[in-house]
Design a protein around this ligand. Structure first.
Ligand code: SF4
Length: 233
């Protein structure tokens, strides 16, 4: 399968009853507020080229962001910060992301999340995270020939991703790298993989972090620049 084929199947996934109910309820109730657009209300696939060398891993789509527009971090305040930082780091064609068809392109970079459906209060359960894991495993497997670096936004993504990277053929250092803003680890390849993988931590671009000043756009840009360099972008 190709990444595009994987995304085509993913958008029909209904494996998590609570998330299916929530994403559809939000879409039904909010459709009136966004009358001119179709409200997506389905799993949100990864965004970016299939031969990306840098992968950004978030948490889950926002109810009125990705869940509304159908594209990762598109149409919400978290995305405003992330895409501005990607643009400043030379990884995006424009600093804003409003809707599919807005002309935005990512360069050598793909954005995904360990949970593909919007959860209530932005909090997926452990069962939901584990249920969604096979999508991330397949995406990583398809990206692995070109993948050189991963930026993880927040501790949830970090916890979700480490076992997936280990199963996918990279060795997690001992002691296990801890999540933090600016954290970096180099994962060596097992015989299943040809290249090492650089892992970077970055605080999540949530409003909770950016409104309180815990995270600034410059801090995100700095991590993205380091990761882009590690990925030879
Ligand atoms: Fe499917 Fe993942 Fe959405 Fe659960 S969160 S319904 S596994 S796409």
């Amino acid at each position: 399968a190709t990444l595009a084929e994987l995304d085509d199947v993913l958008v029909d996934c209904r494996a998590c009853p609570r998330l299916v109910a929530w994403r559809e309820q939000v879409a039904r109730e909010k459709r009136a507020a966004f009358r001119d657009e179709e409200y997506w209300g389905r799993p949100v696939p990864g965004f970016g080229p299939a031969d990306a060398s840098l992968l950004i891993v978030g948490l889950a789509p926002a109810a009125h962001g990705g869940n509304r527009t159908g594209r990762m971090f598109t149409g919400d305040r978290s995305g405003d910060v992330l895409y501005a930082a990607l643009y400043d780091a030379g990884l995006a064609s424009q600093p804003t992301a409003t809707h599919i068809g807005d002309g935005l392109e990512l360069f050598g970079t793909r954005i995904t999340s360990p949970v593909h459906c919007a959860p209530p209060a932005n909090r997926p359960t452990v069962v939901e995270r584990d249920t969604c894991r096979h999508w991330l495993e397949q995406e990583l497997d398809l990206l692995s020939p070109t993948l050189r670096a991963v930026v993880v936004l927040g501790g949830f993504g970090w916890q979700a991703l480490l076992p997936v990277l280990s199963a996918a053929g990279w060795t997690i250092p001992v002691p296990r790298p801890k999540f933090g803003h600016g954290a970096h680890a180099l994962l060596s390849p097992t015989e299943a993989r040809e290249h090492p993988l650089h892992l970077f931590g970055c605080y999540h671009v949530s409003q909770q972090n950016t409104f309180t000043g815990r995270l600034t756009q410059e801090m995100v840009t700095d991590v993205l620049r380091d990761a882009a360099r590690a990925a030879s972008l």
